[in-house]
Design a binder for this molecule. Structure first.
Ligand code: KG4
Ligand code: ZN
Length: 331
């Protein structure tokens, strides 16, 4: 079964063709990052207009790269929640038009669920029960999954998301937007204990996160000047302060709930230090560990198509009255 996935919830216009929820035939991503770096963040109206400009060409490119025709598509999955309303509407309108004209099922997908399902792309076998850390620009949560489509929220951020902590720190360090990937690169040659930065643990049992204290500490320290440490040391120290807490709480969730597997997902899961530290901790405890390749961690439509494949088996298709929803928690 070939599912066309569409993703337009924020600042990437993406279309992908995925066979049987596993094999990526194409995954085309038109990024708006250059457009939004001028304003230091995503301007919703600008994002929507750019999606309108790009969406048809991106779908055609996804078909061409997969050497498929519209008639080869068995279903259309689209991110319809949560996200920027105008941006979501572009993808959902395109998906509805295709579903109607091709008489194929339409499947509305939760963007965060799709991030988790990026782990099911490819050949790896994932065993339940599992815990999944989802860390992106807007979300930081730990979910327990006992089976496909079953989510219990174990922990969440009380203020900033992990990606926001990366991006806001990067801005204070004059590294541009979005800065997570720049911090990752520069941190490779830095000393992670050079700059003393706080970690909010919120009690020995807590699975919640808080990154606002880190942001304030970076703000206060950079206000006094950053020349006391090389920029690489700043990056390594900020990254360590974020990664240490993400790993600690994910592993606590995994041991408390006695799971078989640990997954990570979302843009921040593209971070090389997070990957190596989580992998090492899981190995020590004998837990299966999965993290998507960096391109499948950040926003893309292959993850939407994959989640769509599983959702179609589980609960069938949506109607052409499918709505867009700005805010909706997965659990
Ligand atoms: O999942 P995503 O592409 O979009 C949202 O749904 O938010 O996540 C984007 C976030 C941004 O905050 C970006 O800085 C962060 O993921 N990010 C990274 C890395 N690559 C992307 N953070 C740390 N290290 C990276 N390599
Ligand atoms: Zn995302």
């Amino acid at each position: 079964m070939i599912v066309l996935g569409l993703e337009t919830s924020c600042d990437e216009t993406s279309a992908a063709l995925v066979e049987d929820g596993r094999l990526i035939l194409s995954n085309v991503i038109a990024s708006q990052v250059d457009l939004h770096s001028k304003t230091g963040g995503v301007v919703p109206e600008v994002a929507s207009r750019e999606h309108v400009e790009q969406v048809n060409a991106v779908i055609q490119e996804a078909l061409d790269q997969a050497r498929c025709e519209f008639s080869d598509i068995d279903g259309i999955a689209v991110a319809n929640r949560p996200g920027l309303m105008g941006a979501l509407m572009v993808g959902v309108s395109a998906a509805k038009a295709l579903a109607y004209s091709l008489s194929k099922p339409l499947i509305g997908i939760h963007h965060i669920e799709a991030h988790i399902y990026a782990n099911f792309l490819g050949e790896q076998k994932i065993e339940f029960p599992l815990v999944c850390l989802v860390a992106s620009g807007g979300h930081t949560q730990i979910f327990l999954m006992k089976d496909h489509g079953s989510y219990s929220l174990l922990g969440r951020t009380l203020d900033d998301a992990a990606g926001e902590a990366f991006d806001k720190s990067a801005r204070l360090l004059n590294l541009g937007y979005p800065g997570g990937i720049v911090i990752d690169r520069l941190a490779k040659s830095g000393n992670p204990s050079a700059v003393k930065l706080p970690r909010a643990r919120l009690g020995s049992e807590s699975l919640d996160f808080s990154f606002s204290g880190l942001k304030t500490a970076v703000l206060n320290a950079t206000a006094k000047g950053t020349t006391d440490h090389p920029i690489e040391d700043w990056c390594a120290s900020v990254q360590e302060a974020i990664v240490e807490v993400l790993v600690e709480k994910t592993i606590r969730a995994a041991t408390t709930h006695n799971v078989k597997s640990v997954l990570a997902a979302g843009g921040v899961a593209a971070n090389s230090r997070l990957k190596s530290e989580l992998a090492a901790a899981c190995k020590r405890l004998g837990l299966n560990f999965s993290i998507p390749s960096p391109i499948l961690c950040t926003d893309n439509a292959a993850m939407i198509a994959c989640a769509g494949f599983y959702q179609l088996q589980r609960r069938g298709q949506d109607g052409l009255d499918l709505d867009v929803i700005a805010t909706e928690s997965l659990a």
